[in-house]
Design a protein around this ligand. Structure first.
Ligand SMILES: Cc1ncc(C[n+]2csc(CCO)c2C)c(N)n1
Length: 206
């Protein structure tokens, strides 16, 4: 089993909670309020802007070959547009859970090695692709279908696969890692996954 497959096994229960969370179900089954969408898009616009800086810090730690094989970055604007937010969203400021998630990633990137950095960012990339695949065909005439198609597009899939490939290259034999390093990597990755779940839970409360 490759390292990313092992990681997916470890995060499966959290991913399942994400699938069951009310906002994600709302995307899949065409059932979200204007206030929920405004809150989510406001939070996520801040998150994705900050994330692109964190992503640049991380790619700087990769090998030239890994950097060169990176598919061109996709712009989440199309995904945000699909959620039809209203102008009211411009009055919504970044929430504490959002800032804490970004802080967690930043610390993992600046304090850790290239693998730790990639693992902090991986739940962000892979969970959106997996949510897209899980719900793409859930509801006919779904208003939010463009959101699901964005994260299942060949471009986005290539980006997810590149992330998996880099991690598997960096850790070709994860069973050989010391227990301590394995625990550090896993904690970095699972903490980001829990913040993903929290992000969805907060969005549903609005
Ligand atoms: C909370 C939250 N987590 C993950 C993503 C997905 N995402 C954000 S930036 C980026 C990199 C490439 O576009 C990806 C995949 C999101 N939008 N919001």
């Amino acid at each position: 089993m490759s390292f990313h497959e092992f990681l997916l096994q470890q995060s499966a229960p959290i991913l399942d909670d994400i699938y069951q969370s009310s906002f994600v179900q709302g995307i899949g089954y065409n059932n979200l309020s204007q206030a929920q969408r405004d809150y989510y898009v406001a939070q996520d616009s801040y998150y994705t802007d900050y994330f692109s800086k964190l992503f640049d810090l991380t790619t700087a730690k990769l090998t030239p070959l890994q950097q060169a094989s990176k598919p061109s970055a996709t712009d989440e604007q199309d995904a945000h547009d699909a959620l039809l937010a209203s102008p009211a969203m411009s009055n919504i400021t970044p929430d504490q859970h959002n800032l804490a998630y970004l802080k967690h990633m930043e610390t993992a990137i600046t304090a850790g090695d290239a693998t730790n950095a990639m693992l902090a960012l991986l739940p962000c990339t892979e969970s959106y692709h997996l949510i897209g695949k899980h719900f793409l065909k859930a509801t006919p005439n779904n208003t939010y279908e463009p959101w699901l198609s964005y994260y299942t597009s060949p471009e986005y899939q290539a980006f997810t696969q590149w992330s998996w490939q880099v991690i598997d290259q960096q850790v070709p034999d994860w069973q050989q890692l010391s227990h301590e390093i394995q625990q550090t990597y896993l904690a970095t990755y699972l903490t980001s996954y829990r913040y993903e779940l929290t992000f969805w839970e907060h969005a549903a409360k609005h």
